[in-house]
Design a binder for this molecule. Structure first.
Ligand code: PRP
Length: 211
């Protein structure tokens, strides 16, 4: 039987995922060494391999079958739009995708204003404004510190992740509309789902029990 390969999102999600897998009896000691520059880790006994990737690359690895299973945020799944199965909500990493801005921008969301929207998530923002709200807007792609955009006058509003809300608050911004709730999800390659159905179901069962 070949190893099941997991692509994990580097950072906080990976730490939480490994803790959850460990509770379910799937461990990988090698991976806990923080000084290691190794990219791929195996637990041969358990028949699993893990590698760490940047969030937006996780759905790519899974769609092409380079990983059987991916652990990634719902935001990234929506933004990347890859062909894969989303099989489980892991519960952690809970936050919301929102339209945010200064309170004064609320009036610009009525549908007729051609406003500028800065975001790291252009596909989510486009789908929300064009398809769900029927508002034609200009989307400006940024790569981080999105809250800056309305402060320095790059855009009227932003589409961004809100977790505790403290970044917004400290910058005089607020949630204007909620787009979708987010959290970490398990995704599965479409062929792996058929070829390793029993093992994947067994894994889901084990995780459910310890969640
Ligand atoms: C995310 C997000 C917000 C912040 C929200 O940014 O883009 O800026 O966290 O969290 P809060 O509601 O708890 O304040 P991240 O820290 O990932 O970095 P980035 O700005 O570079 O995207």
């Amino acid at each position: 039987m070949r190893d099941l390969t997991f692509a994990l999102t580097k950072g906080r999600l990976a730490t939480k995922t490994l803790a959850l897998l460990e509770k379910a009896g799937i461990t990988c000691e090698e991976m806990k060494d923080p000084s290691s520059r190794k990219l791929i880790f195996a637990n041969e006994e358990a028949g699993v391999r893990f590698f760490l990737a940047k969030g937006p690359d996780v759905p790519t690895y899974v769609e092409y079958g380079a990983a059987d299973i991916g652990i990634v945020g719902k935001d990234t799944i929506l933004e990347e739009g890859r062909r894969l199965y989303e099989v489980m909500d892991l519960g952690f990493g809970a936050c919301r995708m929102c339209v945010c801005g200064p309170e004064s921008a609320r009036a610009l969301l009525s549908g007729r204003e051609r406003i500028r929207v800065a975001t790291k998530y252009p596909n989510i923002a486009r789908d929300y404004f064009f398809n769900q709200r029927n508002q034609t807007v200009e989307i400006i792609k940024l790569n981080g510190s999105i809250e800056l955009a309305p402060i320095v006058g790059l855009s009227e509003v932003i589409v961004d992740i809100v977790e505790t809300g403290s970044t917004l608050k400290e910058n005089g911004l607020t949630v204007l509309q909620e787009i979708v709730p987010l959290s970490a999800r398990m995704v599965v390659n479409q062929v792996s789902m058929r070829m390793a159905y029993d093992r994947i179901q067994d894994l889901i069962e084990k995780l459910r029990k310890v969640m």
